[in-house]
Design a binder for this molecule. Sequence first.
Ligand SMILES: C[S@@+](CC[C@H](N)C(=O)[O-])C[C@H]1O[C@@H](n2cnc3c(N)ncnc32)[C@H](O)[C@@H]1O
Ligand SMILES: [Zn+2]
Length: 426
Amino acid sequence: MASAKPSQLAARGPPWVKDNIESGSKKNNEIKKNEIKSALPVQEEAESPEQKADEPLSDVQEGLAKIQRRKNVFFNPHMRFCRDLSSLWVGTLPPLPSVLDGFCASGARGLRYKLENSNVDHVTFLDAQPEAIQLAESNARLNNIPEKQFRTMRADLNRLLGTGERFDLIEIDPFGTPVPYLAALMRCGSGMDERYVSVTATDTAVLCGAHAAACYKVYAARPLHSEVCHEAGLRILLANMARAAASEDWALEPQLCISHRHYFKVLARLRKGADGAVETAKTAMSYLVQCKHCLYHEMHASAADLRTECPECGKRMEWGGPVWGGKWAEPKSIERMIRLLSQRPYIEVGETGTVLKTILDECEGPALYYDLHELSSRHKRVIPRAEDVVGKLREAGFFAARTHFSSVAIRTDAGLEDVLAEMGKR
Ligand SMILES: C[S@@+](CC[C@H](N)C(=O)[O-])C[C@H]1O[C@@H](n2cnc3c(N)ncnc32)[C@H](O)[C@@H]1O
Ligand SMILES: [Zn+2]
């Protein structure tokens, strides 16, 4: 299998299949342009002439929720895996008296969080689009959620977050980047010691360096446009979230992050406190370097340590950052999710279990990974099976694991020469 070119990388993502987006109608005239400033273009499904905008599509059963869809309200069935995972994570958290589904569309996430998790008490479904709010409300009734346990609101998310209302979990699932909502997300929660956030970014092309200028502008970071771009992009997103959190005295504690299809998902705890906030800000000041010639890579905890001459081949290395230099997944959280998974017959256990186990194995390893296809082409080696290289490196006493970021890559603390030694010469 040929290795993807960097220009294809943002879209390629990890081992799983390609995506299609089923989206709302272009004819959503009721939303003024300036009301949803953040909405980036999404692939829209052509509306058939005989299909009216408010005509229901067939219902979908997803997890424990029955979801009625409408042609003009966004629903992407391919995000099911992401919703499965988020709802599973929600089930491992302490009691959540008040949950906000901040970009609810049909209400799919809020419905699932409430129906699948006894620790969720009340859900607020919020969307800027009136049709979405009508649909979320009728979906809440369709699923027999008691009236006292939900409410719907048509509003701009930033406006609700600015009211000072407290939520124990806030779901942010926008079109494109979450950055326009991070300041308000971090400013709210006054008086709380801890709370949880679930944040999606679908602007992976920006974070992965296909549009470097946009990455500078939106994330104040230089992306790495190479085969390690998915981890680099996720770490850029986390650094941006961390700066927003720290400035409001929150420590950011990622519990599980994933790179899947066209999106990154961050599931994290926020903990109030100046000391933690300082650590969070410092952790967001790391840098990545990668040699495009021999593929050597490193992460540095600060700009002061940054070296750009490759220690292996002497060529100039590319740098990316600032990035989050800390953990992007917490083993205990993942173990809790794996345990809970066996109690959820409605989740496709195979894929979810495999992804969680892969992340559990890799998450305490060093930053970045080696793409075996790229190594093979640069160094004229035979492409080995990733699990064989992992096995041999472990036998030799190194940390080694597969990575959920790419099916053809491995994460290891072995040096480049040690990895190459496990790959036969062509
Ligand atoms: C990607 S969709 C959400 C999908 C949904 N969470 C799901 O899992 O099916 C984004 C939604 O955000 C809404 N939206 C866009 N900008 C908004 C804003 N500023 N405040 C509130 N909702 C907004 C859109 O109307 C759209 O329904
Ligand atoms: Zn080099």
